[in-house]
Design a binder for this molecule. Structure first.
Ligand SMILES: [Zn+2]
Length: 338
């Protein structure tokens, strides 16, 4: 691991065109991320896809994930996932996998189930236990891939872009909480299309950018440098449809009442997400590149409708967090003196 400090100012950046419709006409929504880094978030003025532009080059994102990523996470979760946490995290992710399975059970196919960005293999383990099928993970972190393999979840240690193994066609391909991080969701969706049997299913679980914004009432809190793409239900549906899938099921936390949120918790599903199941159709992915639906006005207006309040965010989240951190430091220093 590279332990030298990660300097964002020295990173190389690149401008990209929209990954969904291919156009280069976008509007700036925000200029910072939740860690106060200079991150420019744009919305495509045709399809409404939201993404970071310019963004670090692939080589710099690889360096970022080697160390800086964990430090950034630590600021929000206090305790990032490290080797000693894997056992507990595996159990929790297994419950998540079983919950997801029970929610989408009527829409999935029985057969080989692949997860891209499978981490320590818990979600796949949940599917394996519920569906009794072969599972296979693809995960870029070598530690996490090794742990999953030791738990009996066959896992290839690779980025999806570099994956060259000859594997059987799948019945289901899952991407849970990873689509935001990909440098090209289009690449992944095309890959999934070409590795699914006819009528095979794509299963996505993705954070809803607008819902996070609504929750914190502060758009910057919904932006993080590793979320190269940000989705709302309208653009996710648009993307999956353009990639040659028919949408069978969508579950949007943003539309739920307290009871619905309670059901989510019972199923151990992450909050503020969108869950989608699509069936591979006979339409080839992105066969009419520039004809995907125009969602720009709809998505842009829906963000304008959110009543943002930095003071609300500051009081409810930042101040509470800094008090909690101070309290923990005081407790640690008292117990070290004993
Ligand atoms: Zn676009």
């Amino acid at each position: 691991m590279n332990n030298s400090p990660f300097l964002y100012e020295s990173a190389e950046y690149e401008y990209i065109s929209c990954d969904l419709c291919g156009r280069s006409d976008s509007e700036i929504l925000n200029t910072k991320d939740r860690n106060n880094l200079i991150v420019r978030t744009c919305i495509c003025k045709h399809c409404g896809l939201i993404f970071i532009n310019p963004r670090m080059t692939r080589q710099w994102y690889v360096r970022y994930y080697q160390g800086e990523y964990r430090a950034q996470l630590a600021r929000f979760k206090l305790k990032p996932l490290v080797n000693s946490d894997y056992e507990a995290a595996f159990k929790s992710a297994t419950r998540h996998g079983m919950g997801l399975f029970s929610l989408i059970n009527p829409y999935i196919a029985k057969g080989l189930t692949i997860e891209v960005g499978s981490s320590i293999g818990g979600v796949l383990n949940g599917f394996k236990e519920s569906l009794n099928v072969d599972v296979l993970g693809i995960e870029p972190s070598s530690d996490e891939a090794e742990f999953a393999a030791n738990k009996g979840i066959k896992t290839y240690n690779s980025l999806i872009e570099d994956f060259r193994e000859n594997i059987p066609m799948a019945s289901n391909i899952i991407c849970s909480q990873s689509l935001n991080h990909l440098l090209s969701p289009r690449f992944f969706l095309e890959w999934a299309y070409s590795h699914l049997e006819n009528d095979g299913r794509i299963i996505l679980e993705v954070q809803n950018f607008r819902h996070v914004y609504k929750h914190y009432k502060y758009m910057t809190r919904a932006i993080q440098i590793d979320h190269t793409f940000m989705f709302v239900p309208e653009t996710l549906e648009n993307f999956v449809d353009a990639a040659g899938f028919d949408i069978l099921f969508m579950d949007v936390d943003e539309n739920k009442d307290k009871k619905g949120i309670g059901i989510n918790k019972g199923l151990c599903l992450p909050a503020l997400h969108i869950r989608l199941v699509g069936k591979k159709s006979k339409r080839l992915p992105f066969h009419k590149d520039l004809s995907c639906l125009n969602k720009y006005v709809e998505v842009f207006n829906s963000l304008e409708d959110v009543k943002g309040s930095y003071l609300y965010y500051l009081y409810k989240y930042e101040l509470k967090k800094s008090l909690k951190a101070r309290l923990m430091n005081m407790r640690a220093s008292i117990s070290s003196k004993r």
